[in-house]
Design a protein around this ligand. Structure first.
Ligand code: ATP
Ligand code: MG
Length: 728
């Protein structure tokens, strides 16, 4: 058999890992050394050479984006459909298992995923219900407590709290929270993993079935697995599974969320005869970038120790820009991006990385002005925006009125005279009789519990939801989405807000309808028996941030350094290199170890770059409403000076602060009717959607939107500047 396509593009150590005949294997190696490549080639090797059934392979990685890339690359190597392969994130795979085995997992068939914001809202309500002082018992802390316990595999009854009154209180909250989730059929992110683990524990025949089936387990980014994920892998592997893990202790960046880099050592201890392969050659970055990253990470003490080298060219120096404020920083980055594009390079070859999600906003603003398409991963996630969540809450109610989180979110949105008092009464009733809010609402109305006005309002709400359900059940998803937005009169609710914000909200709702319209039930969800609606709602909760309102093929990537893990880009910017921002203030104040984790994060960020790396910091940054003078990040000093070139040498005296004006100011009259490039009714051609008719224009300047009715793809709102429409 010719296996050259599997081995040719590998070095000797990589080949050893791919072809190893041992059952368990650990590849421990630095950034860009080909770990993910090895994992994918191993997967193909198992199928093509060892004749493993594609159904017997499970590959796990950290983000949906990485999972998508892995599937695509495996498909290319195998030249067959990758559909039978289980490739996904731990959360995604756990979700799929729970959907398939909801009964065994003790869940209702219609269970809903509770995202982080909903979870916090629910906890706030529980804390209030328990008569606790929110100032002392913040919901956020409850959330951390519960998620951390779940990540350790602990239910309330497992937590020993005899000596700690505070722990006892949190355990009580945890208990109440579990009751609520159970009643409403709600599952939070940590619960997905814990439930999937319990599913194995409690259903031996099922575990046995999967042990026989999934013989080959491959895990990427193993250094960031937490206790429950590791336990899950161990349990699934049993005595017969073969486990192949790849990781890098220098890239462990989720310690704050319960990840345990020790799992790497545990793996060697817990599995018999683990073969360890180390890779040392880096194929990704230029010599300069690699050398600077190596020097930086050498400042950490807790390391398993390895040094990377490259046979590639030294490349350009790392460029450092000292901006005088955050506006100047954004302007600089966007200018560089413009030049990059002017040189004929692709937008999606460039990434802007930052420490905190809030930093994306300014880059978005400048990119928009420069007409450079971009996409934000994480951060201000489309599916997390208030209006989007409001509309989805109505859709969730159609689907499952017992979804307490959804009901509470919209029962008085738009305002319909159901005040806080009525809602508390509802909660009280629900709590006393162990009902969901929806059931309690029905009961209260029947018993005439409420004052007349409130009673009428609650029954009107019930009728509204029931009416929508009866009418829309069989509608197409996009129509349902539009239907709930119209009938709920959500838009009325936002009309009281400042105009600009209202417009964005309405625009987002439109995008949501578009998203629902364009939604295609993924084959794997169909295989798992999900309906289109279930799949869409789960997708909204699970993959938030990976689905923007519009998706562009070629656009600049904006993301936090955490979400950049495993990815690579020819051009990388790391913005906000300031002490207090990066390393983050918390890491400077908190116990030791956090600063080292920040440094690893910086190492991850730098090693994303293939050709050119830019670092920037602002001397003055506006944060939380005030202006702060900043010190450049200590990480900059930890890179050898000879590798870093300052673009604008810092002045001895600080420049006076000027609030930067937008580069070009356009008034709304700039793009009036006469400047619309098409006439209403004109036929236009879109590169993806094909032919369509121009129906309307809206907005002005760069924000002008055009409504086109496409022959095949239906009606869509597009941003004119990016739509790439041609007259026919
Ligand atoms: P990270 O630690 O960031 O996840 P990694 O170790 O998983 O990195 P890969 O992403 O697999 O590294 O590989 C980095 C780059 O090097 C990719 O572009 C990959 O295609 C390339 N590469 C890996 N091995 C080789 C090789 N033997 N020859 C040529 N290119 C290679
Ligand atoms: Mg990788």
């Amino acid at each position: 058999m010719d296996v050259s396509h599997l081995l040719d593009e590998l070095n000797e150590a990589q080949r050893e890992a791919v072809t190893a005949d041992s059952d368990h294997l650990l590849v421990l190696a630095g950034a860009g050394s080909g770990k993910t490549r090895v994992l994918i080639h191993r997967l193909a090797w198992l199928i093509q050479v060892e004749h493993a059934s594609p159904l017997s392979v499970l590959a796990v990685t950290f983000t949906n984006k990485a999972a998508g890339e892995m599937r695509e690359r495996a498909g290319k190597l195998l030249q067959v459909s990758t559909r039978p392969l289980w490739i996904g994130t731990f959360h995604g795979i756990a979700h799929r298992l729970l959907r398939m085995h909801w009964k065994e997992a003790g869940l209702p068939e219609e269970f809903q995923i509770l995202d982080s914001e909903d979870q916090q809202r629910l906890l706030r309500r529980i804390i209030r219900d328990e008569g606790m002082d929110e100032a002392h018992w913040p919901a956020r802390q409850a959330q951390w407590f519960i998620n951390a316990r779940k990540d350790e595999g602990e239910r309330p009854q497992h937590i020993d709290h005899l000596d700690h009154p505070a722990t006892a209180t949190w355990v009580q909250v945890y208990r109440r929270y579990e009751e609520y989730c159970k009643r409403g059929g709600l599952v939070d992110f940590a619960e997905l993993l814990l439930r999937a683990h319990e599913l194995w524990l409690e259903s031996p025949p099922l575990l046995d079935h999967y042990r026989k089936r999934l013989r080959h387990l491959l895990v990427d980014e193993f250094q960031d697995t937490n206790a429950i994920q590791y336990a899950w892998v161990r349990m699934l592997a049993g005595d017969t599974g073969r486990v192949f893990v790849v990781g890098d202790d220098d890239q462990s960046i989720y310690g704050w969320r319960g990840a345990r880099v020790e799992n790497v050592q545990h793996f060697v201890r817990d599995f018999p005869d683990v073969r360890t392969v180390r890779l040392e050659q880096n194929y990704r970055s230029t010599g300069n970038i690699l050398q600077a990253a190596n020097a930086l990470i050498a400042h950490n003490e807790a390391r398993m120790g390895k040094e990377l080298w490259t046979a590639g060219p030294k490349g350009a120096p790392i460029r450092l820009y000292a901006a005088f404020n955050e506006q100047d920083e954004a302007r600089f980055v966007v200018d560089q991006l413009r030049q990059w594009l002017d040189h004929g390079r692709r937008a999606d070859d460039a990434a802007v990385l930052y420490r905190t999600t809030a930093q994306s906003r300014l880059f978005e603003e400048y990119l928009l002005r420069a007409n450079i398409p971009y996409r934000v991963y994480g951060g201000q996630r489309f599916f997390e925006r208030t209006e989007v969540k409001d509309a989805l809450a109505y859709l969730r109610l159609l689907h499952n009125p017992n979804d307490d989180a959804a009901l509470e979110r919209v029962i008085n949105k738009p305002t319909r005279a159901i005040g806080e008092k009525t809602v508390s009464q509802l909660r009280e009733q629900a709590r006393e009789s162990g009902l969901t809010l929806w059931q309690a609402a029905g009961a209260c109305v029947a018993q005439g519990t409420f004052a007349t006005r409130a009673g009428t309002a609650v029954s009107a709400f019930i009728r509204l939801v029931e009416g929508m359900r009866d009418r829309m059940q069989d509608w197409a998803l996009g129509n349902q989405m539009q239907g709930v937005i119209d009938e709920s009169r959500l838009v009325d609710h936002y009309e009281k807000e400042p105009r600009e914000r209202m417009e964005t909200r309405i625009e987002n709702l439109r995008e949501l309808v578009n998203a629902a319209d364009a939604f295609i039930l993924p084959q794997e969800d169909a295989d798992a028996g999900l309906t289109e609606l279930q799949s869409f709602l789960s997708h909204a909760a699970l993959e938030a941030g990976e689905t923007q309102g519009e998706s562009w093929d070629d656009c600049v990537q904006l993301m936090t350094m955490h979400s950049a893990k495993g990815l690579e880009f020819p051009l990388v910017f790391i913005a906000g290199m300031e002490d207090g921002l990066f390393p983050h203030q918390r890491s400077l104040e908190e116990a030791s170890g956090r600063l080292e984790e920040e440094r690893r994060l910086c190492y991850v960020g730098m090693t994303r770059a293939r050709e050119q790396l830019y670092l920037s910091y602002a001397e003055i940054r506006r944060m939380h409403g005030s202006e702060n003078f900043c010190r450049p990040s200590r990480f900059i000093d930890e890179m050898p000076a000879g590798l870093v070139e300052e673009i604008r040498p810092r002045m001895a005296t600080s420049r006076p602060y000027r609030s930067a004006q937008p580069a070009r100011q356009r008034t709304s009259s700039n793009l009036t009717d006469s400047s619309w490039p098409f006439k209403l009714g004109q036929v236009v051609l879109h590169p993806k959607f094909g032919e369509g008719t121009v129906m309307a224009f809206e907005g002005s300047g760069e924000h002008t939107r055009v409504h086109v009715n496409f022959r095949d793809a239906g009606a869509k709102w597009l941003v004119l500047a990016y739509a790439n429409l041609q007259a026919r």
